[in-house]
Design a protein around this ligand. Structure first.
Ligand code: UDX
Length: 443
């Protein structure tokens, strides 16, 4: 089988590399010639563990290739995936579909023989139908079907999410297209991956509903954390206590500074707008969007109050700036709210992140960027952990304390335990957990 992946962004590149690993001959296309040239040299433009090896292995095996020539790539393909960007349109929160529709037009002009055109980008309900209409308009007699095949890839673990998914969603009314998609995902049948076969519209909605539900779950536990702080309860234990109920599940109940990234903020907003337009407003998701926005803004206040009510003239060390670990992605990261707010309060900010600093330096001014986790702490009045990178999980606490001018730690990811921090002599605050009491025997 041969496929063509249109768009070599995050989703296109990961999906293309993984399909080629499944043994499918895959051509990835992008308009950006410089990007294609880099990919041909084996340079991977995104940070994703394991991706570079997977790409080079499959390029060597001649199953994976990159081109700027969409026409020839589409002509030979049995299935063409649209994996171009769908940014939030400025102002109204709707997904901007111009790239998707342009790709559909170009594909329409290029394909030859029966072809399945698959939307992989996250697109609003109805987009698949529109893609079908566009292609039919240009090629009234062509033999093709349109299918929606949403991705559920997390940055940082995208390859294993692709290779061992919880489920595959295939939205098409055509038996021929369904069979073709089944062929493509055949290696997953061995691990008995459930396949949800449904209509175009339903498949499109599944993606938005999944992401909005997860964003709701996170926001729910974040609000429980706020309540825990007022009533001296522990959110970690609440999450465990409710998560062990199989109907609820333990995942995505980790309280923190608010969700960020390229998907949840964009997809929740898009669902809200779609629902409003359809006359079936989703008030829960509307509230989630609002609560999460305010939460990210309020995180700086926690650091200010841990510093005694003002950060004016103080130095604050920040560990982690990306929206989550194992990515260099800064999109919608809480750090983008927190750092400017601290600076506006008169603080000097020194920061370190294992992968995100190049991008963060473009977005944040006046920050002193450091080379390791200890460097920003030197003489600082407080340290705030904003991203739960592994290398922050086992810091040498004695060294941390001796470097800080004042032993204040604000742990927005709850990676340390309050009693252990109290014992180590820190003024420690975290999310939704009572302050710890130092245990005498460890003093
Ligand atoms: C998400 C979805 O998980 C994926 O299925 C979809 O296709 C794309 O969007 P991603 O954005 O890469 O993936 O990251 P994810 O691991 O889901 O985390 C999203 C945000 O939620 C991060 O800011 C993370 O810190 C936050 N989060 C996640 C929490 O605050 N608590 C949790 O318990 C889980």
């Amino acid at each position: 089988m041969r496929i063509c992946m249109v768009g070599t962004g995050y989703v296109g590149l990961v999906s293309g590399a993984c399909f080629s690993e499944f043994g499918v001959t895959t051509v990835c296309v992008d308009k950006d010639e410089a990007k294609i040239a880099r990919l041909r040299r084996g340079e991977i433009p995104i940070y994703e563990p394991g991706l570079e090896d997977l790409v080079s292995k499959n390029v060597r095996a001649e199953r994976l290739s990159f081109t700027g020539d969409l026409n020839s790539a589409v002509r030979d393909a049995d299935a063409v995936f649209i994996a171009v960007g769908t940014p939030s349109r400025r102002g109204d929160g709707h997904a901007d579909l111009s790239y998707v529709y342009r790709a559909a037009e170009e594909i329409a002009r290029g394909f030859d023989g029966y072809t399945v055109v698959v939307t992989k980008s996250t697109v609003p309900v109805g987009t698949g139908r529109e893609v079908e209409r566009i292609i039919r308009g240009i090629r009234p007699d062509a033999d093709f079907d349109v299918c929606s095949n949403p991705e559920f890839l997390r940055e940082g673990s995208a390859i294993s999410d692709f290779m061992r998914p919880d489920r595959v969603v295939i939205g098409t009314e055509s038996e021929r297209a369904r069979a073709m998609m089944g062929q493509l995902y055949r290696p997953l049948y061995l691990i008995e991956t459930p396949v949800v076969v449904t209509t175009l519209e339903t498949a499109e909605l599944i993606k938005y509903a999944a992401n909005s539900f997860l964003a709701t779950k996170i926001t729910f536990i974040n609000e429980i954390a706020d309540l825990c702080e007022q009533v001296n309860a522990n959110v970690h234990d609440v999450a465990r206590g409710i998560g062990l109920d199989g109907r609820i599940g333990r995942k995505f109940l980790h309280a923190g500074p608010g969700y960020g990234g390229s998907c949840f903020p964009k997809d929740t907003l898009a669902l809200v707008r779609t629902a409003q337009d359809a006359g079936a407003p989703m008030r829960i998701v509307e509230t989630v969007v609002d609560v999460n926005r305010l939460r990210k803004q309020s995180m700086a206040e926690r650091i200010v109050s841990a510093c005694g009510g003002s950060v004016d003239g103080k130095t604050i060390a920040i560990l982690g700036v990306t929206f989550k670990p194992n990515t260099d992605d800064m999109r919608e990261s809480p750090a983008l709210e927190v750092i400017p707010a601290l600076q506006a309060g008169g603080a000097q900010v020194r920061a370190y992140d294992p992968a995100g600093m190049a991008e963060a330096a473009r977005l944040l001014q006046g920050v002193t960027w450091c080379q390791n986790a200890y460097e920003p702490l030197d003489g600082a009045d407080a340290v705030a952990i904003m991203t739960e990178w592994n290398e922050f999980r086992a810091l040498d606490l004695k060294r941390v304390k001796s470097l800080l001018r004042v032993p204040v730690m604000v742990d927005l990811r709850n990676i340390y335990k309050p009693p252990e921090m109290a014992t180590a002599g820190f003024r420690y605050t975290s999310i939704g957990r009572p302050a710890g009491v130092a245990t005498p025997e460890q003093d």
